[in-house]
Structure formats: structure tokens, C-alpha cells
Design a protein around this ligand. Structure first.
Ligand SMILES: Nc1ncnc2c1ncn2[C@@H]1O[C@H](C[S@+](CC[C@H]([NH3+])C(=O)[O-])CC(=O)[O-])[C@@H](O)[C@H]1O
Ligand SMILES: O=C(O)C(=O)Cc1ccccc1
Length: 241
């Protein structure tokens, strides 16, 4: 289903939520809005294969419809691994369970409806946050990333994908413009782009690219790199030694 949510003028643009109407169009919305999304999702599956450990948990935090969970499940083959997807949108979780159950697999998957700030993370070999940290209140981000580090086993990996901004205004504007052109090329009108911007400005607070690296180092990761970037979107790998 095509994302037409912001195609007609709205008197007042409400804050963006992951409700039922978003669920219906979500695959189209994220594909047309996030440069590199498909590459990132498939690479997450391959990274999960590289870092899986037998008898461990694999987390997909903010799993939405389960794209990263399903990608990882295709590649994971270690003994006694369990994939745990968590999302606090009931509409997403309900649809995610349908997606996950549409394919047969030997890897157990559990989809939980919960706030990721409230869950325990333990015995993890892989933790994925694919475009989710940006929706967490900024003051809660450090504690959440610390909890992820603490819940990882030695040799475990954290994969963090986000939209970025830069302190350097020239870089920031150049990469933002490339993203706007990407949305236009994918059929979004100026009205859709501006109404969507209003809808997300209060709920999606973007961190500086440097701030992510700093935070990952601060919580204890000593191997950190951006492994993918397209315009102002990208993904970090952080390994616990
Ligand atoms: N506190 C929270 N607790 C749990 N879930 C949350 C919270 N806040 C937001 N979410 C959930 O995080 C998801 C973010 S979308 C992730 C895409 C997916 N990872 C993908 O690989 O397709 C990214 C985007 O839409 O830009 C939504 O499903 C929210 O309900
Ligand atoms: O739509 C945008 O411009 C974004 O920045 C990313 C996005 C993608 C999907 C839901 C919310 C935000």
C-alpha cells in the first residue's frame, strides 16, 4: 500500500505516531524515506551470522514489522539462538507477528509489545536498533545504550542505524538536500515532505554523527565504526571485546 498519509493538506499536523494507518503503509514509507534501508536490512542479516553465538539471545529493538528480525532469521544457524523483537506500538506488534509467522523457520522468534526502556537485555550476541534510538527521549539514550552494552556477551555486536545531523552547517545542508531530493525522486510532493517534517519534529530528535560515536565509546565499546552511510542516514557497528 502506498504512503499517502501527508498527501492532503491538514489544518493541524499532529505528532507522528506508529498507529494503524502507518502500519498499513509502513514498508512503502520507510523504503521511500530512508536511503539505503534495503541494503542495511540485508546486511544486518549477514552481520548477525558473523556475530551469532550458540545459546544466546538476538534482539531487534523497535522491530516494527520485523524486517531486521526476518533478515537475521534467514542467516542465523547457531545452536539454541532466540530472536527477540520488541516494539511498543500494538498495531506494529500485531502485524509483525503475522509477518514473522508467514514463513516457517527453526529459529525461535518472540515478538514482545513493550517499551525498550523497560525490558531486560541479557545473554545477547547481537543487538539491533534499526532507526529506533532517534525516537527515544534524548535524556534516556545514554542509559539505554549502556543497558545494551551491559547485556552483550564478550564478542557481541550492537548495530545502530540512525538519521544523522552535523555541526558543520555546510555538510548538514548538503546531505539534507540530497535526502530531500531522494524523497522527491520517490514521488513525495513538497506538501507531503513538509507535513511529514512537522509531524516528526517533536518525536524524532536527531543526534549529531559524532555524538553517536562518543556515546558508544562512553558506555564501553572499544571497536566502533560507521559501516554504512547514504546521505544523512547510516549505521554503526560497535563490538564488545
Ligand atoms: N520506547 C520504545 N519502545 C519500543 N519501540 C519503540 C519505542 N519508541 C519507538 N518505538 C518503535 O520504533 C520503531 C521505529 S521504525 C523501526 C524500523 C524497523 N527497525 C525496521 O528495520 O524496519 C523507524 C522509522 O519509522 O523511522 C516503531 O515501530 C516504533 O513503534
Ligand atoms: O521521513 C523522513 O523524512 C525521515 O526522516 C525518516 C522517517 C521514516 C519513517 C518514519 C519516520 C521517519
Amino acid at each position: 500500500m502506498r504512503d499517502n498519509i501527508y498527501a492532503t493538506p491538514q489544518d493541524k499536523v499532529e505528532d507522528f505516531t506508529f498507529d494503524r494507518s502507518v502500519v498499513e503503509v509502513f514498508p512503502d514509507m520507510i523504503q521511500r524515506s530512508v536511503p539505503g534501508y534495503t541494503t542495511i536490512v540485508s546486511s544486518i542479516g549477514k552481520l548477525a551470522k558473523q556475530f551469532q553465538q550458540s545459546n544466546s539471545n538476538i534482539y531487534d529493538l523497535g522491530c516494527s514489522l520485523g524486517a531486521a528480525t526476518i533478515s537475521m532469521r534467514k542467516f542465523v544457524d547457531a545452536d539454541n539462538c532466540k530472536i527477540i523483537g520488541v516494539d511498543n506500538s500494538e498495531a506494529m506488534v500485531e502485524r509483525c507477528r503475522l509477518h514473522v509467522n508467514a514463513f516457517k523457520s527453526d529459529i525461535p522468534v518472540e515478538i514482545q509489545c513493550n517499551d525498550i526502556n523497560n525490558i531486560k537485555i541479557k545473554n545477547a550476541s547481537v543487538v539491533v536498533m534499526n532507526f529506533t534510538l532517534q525516537f527515544i527521549a534524548p535524556e534516556q539514550r545514554q542509559a539505554l545504550v549502556q543497558k545494551i552494552f551491559d547485556g552483550l556477551k564478550p564478542g557481541g555486536v550492537f548495530i545502530l542505524s540512525e538519521k544523522f545531523r552535523w555541526q558543520d552547517e555546510n555538510i548538514n545542508n548538503a546531505l539534507n538536500d540530497l535526502h530531500l531530493d531522494f524523497k522527491r525522486a520517490n514521488g513525495y510532493s513538497e506538501l507531503e515532505i513538509s507535513q511529514k517534517r512537522s509531524a516528526i519534529e517533536n518525536v524524532m530528535k536527531i543526534d549529531y554523527h559524532d555524538a553517536h560515536i562518543q556515546r558508544l565509546n562512553d558506555v564501553g565499546f572499544n571497536s566502533v565504526s560507521c559501516w554504512y552511510q547514504c546521505f544523512n542516514f547510516g549505521s554503526f557497528i560497535a563490538i564488545k571485546s
